[in-house]
Design a protein around this ligand. Structure first.
Ligand code: SF4
Length: 245
């Protein structure tokens, strides 16, 4: 008898009896957490197994709206204590193009939208220079809550928030990603090297083309880098038209 290779289906629905067990288990956990909350306990230490379980991508399909709501409720890292609100991202879904920045700044934190204010205006100009409009791209950041004083996100914050970006990419299904700034570039390419060494050439992650460039906020402070940013945009444009292989 021939054995067929086993097919793994990520979204295989659970049998009804198992679903009942899962529901029962979640209800129990829910009542226990409500009990702890009633006692005034807001946080509990998590041992490594729990931490890694919480960071797993759930196998259940989610819509972008559900994911954005989950991000707004998130308290996985200390940034939830200082934010006004989380900034999940905005734009069409699916979208051929995705832009990824570092983290919300002061205005983004107040408005709940990514890339507003002076950096957002410059981003709009950069996009229109290559024939794109803000409305046709999905825009987000690696870290969804503002670090106090706009400091660079810490390793713990990046690690806690990065799974959201992975899930957004899965849902938005972009053909190409423009990573803006060192934090976005390193988070996507998993390379701890300076931005100047990452930019200037295309990458590919799971079939998605990636180009790295400077963050608009950096360009506002360092106008001399605009020439290099323009070259990056040209490279990105040529990828979108099917060039630069
Ligand atoms: S920065 Fe990310 S992980 Fe931290 S609280 Fe905000 S959404 Fe959650």
């Amino acid at each position: 008898m021939a054995f067929l290779p086993q097919k793994v289906q990520l979204y295989n629905p659970l049998p009804a009896t198992k679903l009942e067990n899962v529901r029962e288990f979640l209800q129990l956990v829910g009542s226990y957490l409500a009990y702890l909350q009633a006692l005034g306990i807001e946080e509990m230490p998590a041992w490594p197994e729990i931490k890694s379980f919480l960071e797993l991508d759930p196998l259940v399909p989610t819509t972008l709206e559900e994911l954005e709501a989950e991000i707004r409720r998130c308290r996985k890292c200390p940034l939830h204590r200082t934010r006004t609100q989380a900034v999940p991202g905005e734009g069409p879904c699916p979208s051929e193009i995705m832009l990824v920045g570092e983290a919300p700044g002061r205005e983004e934190d107040l408005e709940g939208r990514p890339f507003v204010g002076a950096a957002g205006k410059l981003l709009g100009k950069m996009l229109s220079a290559i024939g794109l409009s803000r409305e046709e791209v999905y825009i987000t950041n690696v870290v969804k809550c503002r670090p106090p004083g706009n400091r660079t996100p810490e390793a713990e914050e990046l690690q806690a928030c990065r799974p959201y970006l992975a899930r957004q990419i899965r849902l938005v299904k972009p053909r190409a990603i423009l990573a803006l700034g060192a934090v976005a570039a390193r988070s996507l390419l998993l390379q701890q090297v300076p931005l100047s060494r990452l930019r200037g050439r295309p990458y590919e992650i799971d079939g998605i083309r990636v180009v790295v460039s400077y963050h608009p906020a950096y360009l506002l402070r360092n106008p001399a880098a605009k020439k290099a940013a323009w070259e990056d945009l040209q490279l990105f444009r040529s990828l979108l038209s099917g060039g630069a292989r």
